[in-house]
Design a protein around this ligand. Structure first.
Ligand SMILES: NC(=O)c1ccc[n+]([C@@H]2O[C@H](COP(=O)([O-])OP(=O)(O)OC[C@H]3O[C@@H](n4cnc5c(N)ncnc54)[C@H](OP(=O)(O)O)[C@@H]3O)[C@@H](O)[C@H]2O)c1
Length: 287
């Protein structure tokens, strides 16, 4: 993979190209979302990640329109929230997201979290299969250019594949030096699924960015710890989705392509686990 800038394309299994860094919008206040998205697009991002649960899809849509960048030059992702699971519900939720965004198609739509057995017992797999069947039909109808999952661990994906007709193209999971998910990344990539990293800086209030090893490596490259974390993700073939509402950080989080971490530095960062983040286990969450 020859990635030279934030919009270098990665080809999904269905041939659709996705810019190799996305702009995250979780916890972005709806009141500032349009401005932040516009800033990100002006800075150069062409890939925006939102979700119905962030309650800022309207602002994302407005930021896109105000930016003046043609729709087809942008890659927009949203996600099916947990209370909208099921066949009919998924179709309705997708349509509602489109309307809030003011768009007539999505580039990528993800099931936000798998229904788990803790909450749904032996109905969990069927619920996920029903949501996925709706996603497949929306994809085949040309309403979504690529479909995928989020927070599905490899065992959830395998279960879904027992009934799926179309293989998920993407899985968005938590990845940062505090929660590296190294084995899961390799298993998902071996299945031909592009892994996206949420919380790539360790999330809000992150201690990842204060870690002495991260600081040492950042200093050696004349970069920030945030840039080192994002670069460590990219060098694993994973697509990071950094979020910031500050222009200086928005720009900093794109400036990742003029340095390279050595194999030793990659290993050192991967062995740092235990630095916080959300660290949510999808089989254990109760939302
Ligand atoms: N699929 C899922 O379940 C899921 C879950 C969580 C997130 N996501 C997606 O992944 C995206 C990223 O995750 P995230 O927002 O949780 O966390 P993140 O991107 O790891 O971290 C964001 C935090 O770091 C700060 N920050 C950003 N750039 C910085 C820099 N260069 N230096 C220092 N601090 C910096 C931000 O503050 P400021 O904004 O104040 O700059 C914010 O508090 C989300 O926005 C969302 O799109 C998906």
């Amino acid at each position: 993979m020859n990635l030279t800038n934030v919009n270098s394309p990665i080809k999904l299994e269905n041939g659709v190209e996705i810019p190799c860094v996305g702009y995250g919008t979780f916890r972005t206040d709806p009141a500032v979302t349009a401005r932040a998205v516009q800033d990100a697009i002006e800075a150069g991002y062409r890939h925006i990640d939102t979700a119905r649960i962030y309650e800022n899809e309207e602002g994302v849509g407005e930021g896109i329109r105000v930016s003046g960048v043609p729709r087809e030059k942008l890659f927009v992702t949203s996600k099916l929230w947990n209370t909208d699971r099921g066949y009919e519900e998924t179709k309705a939720a997708f349509q509602a997201s489109l309307e809030r965004l003011g768009l007539d198609y999505l580039d990528l739509y993800l099931i936000h979290w798998p229904a788990n057995e803790k909450q749904f017992g032996d109905r969990a797999a069927q619920i996920n299969a029903d949501s996925w069947r709706a996603m497949e039909e929306l994809y085949e109808a040309g309403r979504i250019r690529a479909i995928g999952l989020s927070n599905f661990m490899p065992h959830h994906v395998k279960k879904l594949m027992e009934t799926a007709r179309i293989k998920p193209m993407v899985d968005q999971i938590e990845v940062h030096p505090g929660w590296p998910h190294t084995d899961e990344i390799i298993k998902l990539q071996d299945m031909g699924i592009l892994v996206e990293a949420w919380g790539p800086l360790g999330g809000q209030g992150s201690v990842v960015l204060q870690n002495p090893t991260m600081k040492k490596i950042a200093e050696a490259h004349g970069k920030s710890t945030a840039q080192v974390s994002l670069r460590w993700i990219i060098q694993q073939g994973v697509l990071p989705l950094p979020k910031s509402v500050h222009v200086e950080r928005i720009r900093q989080n794109m400036d990742l392509f003029d340095f390279e971490l050595s194999d030793d530095e990659m290993k050192e960062i991967s062995s740092l686990s235990g630095l916080g983040g959300q660290c949510a286990d999808p089989d254990d969450v109760d939302f």
